[in-house]
Each structure stands twice: as structure tokens, then as C-alpha cells.
Design a protein. Sequence first.
Length: 153
Amino acid sequence: MILDADLTMPPEELPKFYEALVSGRTEFANGVRLVYPMEDRAMQFMNMCANKFFGIAFSWALGQPVKDTLCGTKVLSREDYLRIAANRSFFGDFDPFGDFDLLFGASKLNLRIMDIPVRYRERTYGKTNIHRWAHGWILLKMLGFVLLRIKFV
């Protein structure tokens, strides 16, 4: 189970991820912050736009719906994680957050990815480590690289 340390997603929602996995409905449970209404300052407008763009692009590239690629809540089995890690060199090891790496790896292994809606709250302490433009550019390049490795092979 992966959960961001800032607790903008309440850990009380983790049981529904676990249930989706152990019931066999999915092999990779991916959190989605873009379903329920958010607190006013939970996500900046440009981040919301980028998240929606990457969701559309990933859904097309991976051939299965992925609404929120950068939600920090993801659940998968240890065995599947180890398989993804063993294949990391296929896509390169340059993901600054790990979210794209996990999703690309899950897709390459033909794991069923399921979106699980979560309630996303405003950060109550600290500040984000995301540098919107610099990291956004890296993520965009990663998407292009993966399109060449998955979609246009």
C-alpha cells in the first residue's frame, strides 16, 4: 500500500483498496482524487488541468481507464510490485514520483488497473515537493517515451 505522507487522502479509505485487490476485481488499485468535490485549496487549478490531461493520455496509451495518474495512493501485491521493479529498465528509472513507473509497469505486465475514488483534502502542514513546470516537463517526456515503447511498437 502506498499512501502520501501528507495525509491529504485519509488512510481510513485504504480498506476499499485492499478489498478491491483481495476480491480479485483488480490487480492494481489506483486512487482517484478527481471524482468527489475537493476542499477549496486542495489542488491548484493548473495541477488539476495537468492531472486531467495525463489521465486522458494514459487511458489512451495503456488501453484501460486511468483517471488520475498522480494520486499518491496505490495498492498492489508485493509479487506484482517486484515484477514491476524487475522490469524497470524497460521504461527507464527517471520518474521523480514513482506513479508513472508503477502504472507503466502494471500495464506492461497486463495487470488490471482499477480506479478507486478517494476524498482529497487540503494539506494541513508543509508544502508540496512538486515543481509544477520542471516536473511536468519530465512527466511529459516520460509519456512520450512510453508511447514509443507501448503504443507505437
